[in-house]
Design a protein around this ligand. Structure first.
Ligand SMILES: [Zn+2]
Length: 83
């Protein structure tokens, strides 16, 4: 086992929530309207990931640009269902 204890704990917390992707987690925290707008922003390639991250962090949400990039590049857990 090369996984650190902290990572393992984080994994377990996320798995318990059923949401491992930070974008999915933030979506769940937003109300329907904001979640819809976030989804639209994610789909709009003219909007950079760091701009989205900045806007979300300004609202007090905890998300990294990295997490947004992962979701956009489909390397996040959202894309791994049944795969
Ligand atoms: Zn995702």
């Amino acid at each position: 086992m090369t996984v650190g204890l902290l990572d393992e704990i984080r994994e377990q917390v996320a798995a318990a929530r059923g949401l491992r992707c930070p974008v999915a987690r933030v979506m769940a925290e937003l109300d329907k309207r904001d979640a819809g707008e976030l989804r639209a922003a994610m789909d709009d390639r003219s909007i950079t990931g760091s701009a989205i991250g900045k806007a979300l962090r300004a609202r007090g949400l905890r998300i990294s640009d990295e997490g947004i990039r992962g979701h956009r590049n489909r390397t996040c857990s959202c894309q791994q269902k049944g795969g």
